[in-house]
Design a protein around this ligand. Structure first.
Ligand code: PLP
Length: 387
């Protein structure tokens, strides 16, 4: 199966037709428990749905195949996946290096949930390999945690170089691959040990489900995670797993369109005087461009930009768009717009992760691009009057 191309794997990995009925779409196994043919004689290994469920297993196998990993585990949310990962592999007195512009919820998990319990963390500019090397504490650092591209400033980190830094210190490299999706970037192939996903975003792709996943490079690594997956119980339900599996089938075609549309929007924003800076790794003069070109297939559907006139002008743009819906989250077919400073990153105000007030973040959807361009144009016209 692993010889197949990405889109073939997305449609077929873990998804053989149902043995009993021949159903081509994996059924939603809405069952908590399974009949045993004698005490302990399980059919196909299924015993209780917290431990394993066939719909969830299909998604786990598909994600593992797409990420070129050995095992997948699917959770009720991205945060549940992260929490289970940390509880499984770290504890009081351990240390983790994290990006200084990490996803706000991830930062909150480290600073408000795991720090009081004794897990230490150091935020660093994760694109700076020397800074990461300096922050690592041999013997104490268990993980180097990477997001690339980062949120919302779309910084690019060198996965291969950071894997070497982590491994030199006896630590694991964990990559949150939510922004790129496995279509654009496969961190395990670059040396990562564990990939994290909020499948709520591009994997699900339709803004209709919250979910998370872990994919490990080796089955040894999967063992403690699978144990905690069951023991802590933050698993995805069958229907949610099915929605993500359905989303994955079109991930490749959706990502191509997200990237096409994002590139057109970037070009447009660069031409507008109301915009002081466009942040997108696909821009030739972006500091992460060369690296992104090496480790990503394309540059993704997320675009950030700064508006002249400060926070009020940024808020005016955001309030004026129509097709771009004002909402948190990202990665769905519909275009979204948000103000990181007051929305997704409000919890990091006053911390090293605070973002500029004039920053606007777009999750570029797959609508007709001319309609998206017209919507942004009229919103920028209004913002120009404010500024
Ligand atoms: C959304 C997100 C998460 C958290 O996932 P949930 O599904 O919302 O719990 C983690 N990391 C990144 C990069 C995200 O965008």
């Amino acid at each position: 199966m692993t010889d197949y191309g990405f889109d073939t794997l997305a449609i077929h990995a873990g998804q053989a037709a149902d043995a009993r009925t021949g159903a081509v779409s994996i059924p939603i196994f809405a069952t908590s428990t399974y009949k045993q043919d004698g005490v302990g004689r399980l059919r196909d290994g299924y015993e209780y749905s917290r431990t394993a469920n066939p719909t969830r297993s299909a998604l786990e196998q598909c994600l593992a195949a797409l990420e070129h990993g050995s095992n997948g585990l699917v959770f009720a949310s991205g945060m549940a996946a992260e929490d289970t990962l940390l509880r499984s592999l770290t504890g009081p007195g351990d240390h983790v290096v994290i990006p200084n512009d990490t996803y706000g919820g991830t930062y909150r998990l480290f600073s408000r949930v795991h720090a009081p319990w004794g897990l230490e963390h150091t935020p660093v500019p994760i694109g700076d390999v020397a800074a990461v090397r300096a922050a690592v504490r041999p013997g104490a650092t268990r993980m180097v945690w990477v997001e690339t591209p980062t949120n919302p400033l779309l910084g690019i980190a060198d996965i291969e170089a950071l894997a070497a830094v982590a491994h030199d210190a006896g630590a694991l490299l964990v990559v949150d691959n939510t922004f790129a999706s496995p279509y654009l970037q496969q961190p395990i192939r670059l040396g990562a040990d564990v990939v994290v996903h909020s499948t709520t975003k591009y994997c699900g792709g339709h803004s209709d489900v919250v979910g998370g996943a872990l994919v490990t490079a080796t089955s040894d690594l999967a063992e403690p995670l699978a144990y905690h997956h069951n023991a802590m119980g933050a698993v995805a339900g069958a229907f949610d797993a099915w929605l993500v599996l359905r989303g994955l089938k079109t991930l490749g075609v959706r990502m191509e369109r997200h990237c096409d549309n994002a590139e057109r929007i970037v070009e447009f924003l660069c031409s507008r005087p109301e915009v002081s800076q466009v942040i997108y790794p696909g821009l030739a003069d972006d500091p992460g461009h060369a690296l992104a070109s090496r480790q990503m297939r394309r540059y993704g559907g997320m675009v950030s930009f700064r508006v002249r006139g400060g926070e009020q002008a940024a808020l005016a743009v955001i309030n004026e768009t129509g097709l771009f819906t004002l909402a948190e989250s990202l990665g769905g077919v519909e275009s979204l717009i948000e103000h990181p400073g007051r929305m997704t990153h409000a919890s990091v105000v006053g911390s090293p992760l605070e973002v500029p007030g004039d920053l606007v973040r777009l999750s570029v959807g797959i609508e007709t691009v001319e309609d998206l361009l017209a919507d942004l144009a009229q919103a920028l016209d209004v913002a120009a009057d404010v500024a």
